[in-house]
Design a protein around this ligand. Structure first.
Ligand code: PEP
Ligand code: MG
Length: 591
């Protein structure tokens, strides 16, 4: 795959997963796992060996919780939650029972037994044509390395915390644990042979804002430590021994990026208003009160979606009312007077909790999820409702329900809120009597009955991630059908419009908090369709605002008009791209 050129420049191509360009010396790190020796044991040694295994599992669990805590504090709760998958490996009874069986029946040492069983699982997962499952293989190998190091009394093989000089890290596979540890000052960028856009390592790289490429195939065995290279995270290219011409061209690109960042800083704290004076509300999505400073730094005007699931994971028991109250009121106080929209628990689908043994479902996204779960597990729900109500006394708190599919669910949830309010009044605990309640619109049925819902709510927040998956019948996690997951599908455009119309008819505001709101390309379409608020990931607030401030509402409306009358998702997307590039070309200069 290397393409030598006359002047010795070689290029390696992979999948770009984190934007940016860097240059420097390469450091190739191997995953040379210590060879795992097989040792035969006597009958009397077996019990001690199993105890040794169990101690190493406990030690591994402590280490993972510590890495998770550091990552959550440093990078955010969502990144920390990546380690839930690792912790789950340690709790996988089938795997652990099999390891113990191998120790007992084959009378062999724990390292050998763990490695052979875990590697068999990982190889099976890695062979499946599904990026999500392949990623689980990486998780499994990451945990296996830790368990083996603990059994063998070894330090972590790769210590990316203490690199001596800035470098571009190249590895066959950089695990999320290693990525989490890397020292941002000395890791200019990284590339791995394997991985996909949705891999946890890729998500981490984006959060850390380190240019990164995955899927470089055999690059780690062809590149050498010390080689000088340029890594282009926009286009997924590593250029070794770049020529003067290449360096010049990338120098130009870097200048453009620096200029863009300056431009973004200039408008960061200005309002999101179009050239013809239309004001849009631009807020941010968060997962924990620790994310509040990022909301302020981003120049967002509040929180449009506080995903509360992250408070529930990695605990033995669900969080108490008091613990939740502390978390919600901390965010409310930190951002006061800006609004904070807290979403009630959206468990299920792809979000699982460790402390609740949920049944395996054939179709988890269509199953016991979100509001459906809460209306049945009312003790859990009431604790949360009381905590949110109490936090409303401390700032500008609003609340919304996820996955509402019809009026009955809304009425039941509202009735529970009334009960909780009654209790708090009786207990003389303060809360905001006027706290606004809204609903996420993320099922097609909710759009169809949106007028009935709107009469009973103060706002809508369109969850495009789920609305697209449910309307187009496309699993949002399945890479094989990712091409069908089209935000500009004419059906989606019309569903958004119908939601806006129903909301405005009943004089309530309509927000979008799904990923569509984080992509500047779609901002004109959403504005043109009449959406009042966009809630984006904090790092994307400034680019979206930048584009809005260069747009005219008349252009956005013309685009929406076109989209509403168009029959092709591809044509609508092309028009969105064309308008976005025309009004804010500097956002899209990556070559
Ligand atoms: C959505 O569905 O668009 C949404 C914001 O909710 P989540 O991604 O948490 O399901
Ligand atoms: Mg959703």
């Amino acid at each position: 795959m290397a393409e030598p050129s006359q002047k010795g420049e070689q290029s390696f191509r992979g999948i770009p997963v984190s934007a940016g360009v860097c240059r420097g010396r390469i450091l190739v790190i191997g995953r040379s796992r210590s060879s795992i020796g097989k040792r035969e044991l006597t009958e009397s040694e077996l019990q001690d060996e199993i105890s040794r295994l169990e101690r190493s599992l406990v030690q591994t669990r402590h280490q993972l919780l510590e890495v998770q805590r550091r990552v959550s504090e440093g990078m955010g709760a969502a990144e920390g939650s990546i380690f839930d998958a690792h912790l789950l490996v340690l709790e996988d009874r089938t795997l652990l029972d099999e390891v113990i069986r191998v120790i007992q029946t084959q009378k062999v040492n724990a390292e050998y037994a763990f490695h052979s069983v875990a590697e068999r699982y990982a190889t099976t997962l890695a062979a499946i044509e599904d990026d999500y499952l392949r990623e689980r293989a990486t998780d499994m190998r990451d945990v296996t390395t830790r368990v083996l190091n603990n059994l063998l009394g070894l330090e972590d093989e790769v210590d990316l915390r203490h690199l001596k000089e800035p470098c571009i890290v190249i590895s066959h596979d950089l695990t999320p644990s290693s990525t989490a540890q890397l020292d941002k000052r000395n890791v200019l960028g990284f590339g791995t042979d394997v991985g996909s856009k949705t891999s946890h390592t890729a998500i981490m790289a984006r959060s850390l804002r380190i240019p990164a490429i995955v899927g470089l195939k055999d690059a780690s065995s062809r590149l050498e430590t010390g080689q000088y290279a340029l890594l282009d995270g926009f286009n997924g290219i590593i250029l070794v021994n770049p020529t003067d011409q290449t360096l010049f061209e990338y120098g130009q690109l870097l200048k453009k990026q620096v200029t863009l960042e300056e431009k973004l800083r200039d408008i960061q704290f200005k309002p999101a208003v179009t050239l013809d004076g239309h004001r849009v509300f631009l807020s941010a999505n968060i997962e924990s009160p620790n994310d509040a400073p990022a909301v302020q730094d981003a120049g967002a005007e509040g929180v449009g979606l506080f995903r509360t699931e992250y408070l529930y994971i990695n605990r033995e028991l669900p969080p108490s009312e008091e613990q939740q109250y502390q978390a919600y009121s901390e965010a409310a106080r930190a951002l006061k007077p800006l609004p904070v929209v807290i979403r009630t628990l959206d468990l299920g689908g792809d979000k699982f909790l460790t402390h609740l043994p949920l049944p395996r479902e054939m179709n988890p996204f269509l199953g016991w999820r979100a509001i459906r779960f809460c209306l049945q597990e009312q003790d859990i729900f009431r604790d949360q409702l009381r905590a949110i109500l109490r936090a409303s006394a401390e700032g500008n708190v609003k609340m919304m329900y996820p996955m509402i599919s019809g009026l009955d669910e809304l009425n039941q949830a509202n009735a529970l809120v009334e009960q909780c309010k009654g209790e708090l009044r009786a207990e003389k605990i303060p809360f905001d009597e006027q706290m606004e309640i809204g609903a996420m619109i993320e099922t097609p049925s909710a759009v169809i009955v949106a007028e009935s819902l709107a009469k009973r709510l103060r706002f809508f927040s369109i969850g495009t991630n789920d609305l697209i998956q449910y309307s187009l019948a496309v699993d949002r996690m399945n890479e094989k059908i990712a091409h069908l997951y089209e935000p500009t599908h004419p059906a989606i455009v019309r569903l958004i419009k119908a939601t806006v119309d129903a909301g405005h008819l009943h004089k309530i505001w309509v927000s979008v908090c799904g990923e569509m709101a984080s992509d500047p390309i779609f901002a004109p379409l959403l504005l043109g369709l009449g959406v009042d608020e966009l809630s984006a990931a904090p790092p994307l607030v400034a680019p979206v605002k930048f584009l809005i401030r260069r747009l005219k509402l008349t252009e956005a409306k013309a685009l929406a008009e076109f989209a509403l009358n168009c029959e092709s998702a591809g044509e609508i997307l092309a028009r969105c791209q064309e308008l976005a590039r025309q009004v804010a070309p500097s956002l899209f200069e990556t070559k």
